[in-house]
Design a binder for this molecule. Sequence first.
Ligand code: AMP
Length: 608
Amino acid sequence: MTFEELGLRREVLKSLTELGFEAPTPIQEQAIPYLLGEDCDFVGLAQTGTGKTAAFGLPLINNIDTAARLPQGLIICPTRELCLQITKDLNVFAKYLDGNITAVYGGTDIRTQISNVKKGTSIVVATPGRLVDLINRKVVQLGQVKYVILDEADEMLNMGFKEDIDMILDQTPIDKNVWLFSATMPNEVARIARTYMTDPLEVSIGHKNQSNENIEHIYYTVKERDRYDAVKRLIDFNPTIYGLIFCRTKNETATVAMKLARDGYNAEPLHGDLTQAMRDRVMERFRSKELQILVATDVAARGLDINNITHVINYNLPDDIENYTHRSGRTARAGKTGQSLVLVNTREFVKIKAIERQMRMTFTQGQIPNPAEICEIQLKKLIDNTIATEVKEADIAPFMDQILDSFKDLTKEEVIKRFVSAEFNRFIEYYERAGDLNASASKEDRERPDRKNDRQSRAREEGKTRFFVNLGRRDGLNPGAMVRIICDATGLNSKALGRIDIMTSFSFIEADDEHTQKILKLVDGTEFEGHKVSIEVTAPGQGGGGRDRNDRGGDRKFSKGPGSKRGPGSFGGSRKPGFEKKGGFDKKRSGGADRGSDRGFGAKRSKY
Ligand code: AMP
């Protein structure tokens, strides 16, 4: 099937040819002919990397009057990065149609966006919060909208944008077409489909919630204390890795990235505590492959659209299985293959089983490579790099006599051995004392995963903790913002949260008991629109719901919760050896080794 056969107009086909898109991807093949027709609602269950932006972008560009002054197309997506990416893609698709496409997103000066919208625009690509703001300021008028596209709908709902989306959709004409794209189909997304769509065509690339077949999922069982060393071994075993390491919290992200950098790896963190400018810089460095490893929270990595990621490493599994789909979907994009590696401790086997059931896929059990295997791989890399090294004949010529004279008493074999050893000894010495990091899953976990899971989910439904937060309506807080504060800081999914009561000057929020310490530790001290957030568990009888007698306003002095001390973990130990990498990621030393245990390194002498 060709793009021409799908029925796109000449101007659009021309830009596709220039882009080098030869044939439609499966989601494009199914979506485009249908979306080119009139009056159609559509649900596409597809992850990023499947070509979904073009699946909705091409028919949208094709169908609207690109010279229109008021928006005919509205695309709503969860993050600034995705918003910019979609806008960029649409501009390329619309190159020969003079399309006027405007991006509106938060975290940046609103005035430029206001003037852009006022100049007249045929398509608005927006994040929900900023769009609501512009609608309230009567800058964006949605009365002429014919097509609304909700991209990554599950992510938007996870981020607490439910009310904003409802508000936006209420502003659009009743007879609009709604096209919804989502990687997964939780109940809240199904509700949106039911509420705003009539008889939509549902197209699923792979099974609902199913993972991309080009991804190999591997889990490794390690002792909790060996998690970090295990990650280092996985990196050392894959020297050409271009990888994304996912952590659950900002603190964990910062800590892991800091340790990796300290240990000589080319790694940096990406999380919500960084300023937007810092995040942009890190992402750009990663995108350009100047940075080899990005350590990120789920929230920060949203919208990161990079095609060649070879490995996703789950330092810890996400609390929500759907986030695993998003994480692993960062690799094996655009027809490539990739690996999603998961570290679990000896009691977390149930989580692997739960993901397998929900995503209808299977993990293979991996073994953390042993020191001999890693040394072999690193040695091969060293040899390959040496062979590929360009000799600058003219520069080395004046020294050659002296060099040859120095080595005249050594055989060729001895010279090779010494050169390799000069580079490699540090590595061997380091791994010499490192033992086996593989652990076995606890018997109980392996034998009774389902019962354990049931118990856990029952506990979650029953037990919620109620928190007091020092900010309220007058600080600009609303339920969506409250969810984002908690979820951004903790990496939790909005499902872990319960009832929210926003008062004039303070608020209450409920969350599953198990996350209490995490919430106290990570939310307390964060910032919301210039205010410092203070959160604590409500005292018995406090915050009983509805309007609260404590809402006197003004009183902002609340003691911090027990887990409110913030800051990175402690970093003991010295810098570990690494390799100078010759090609690709050569800005920093790449490759380090885990802290050696005092166990022996049996295979070393026989191998080298
Ligand atoms: P998306 O799922 O929209 O994020 O797209 C994933 C990547 O695939 C993007 O880099 C697109 O530019 C690329 N892509 C989308 N459709 C095609 C196609 N038909 N042929 C080649 N590349 C494509």
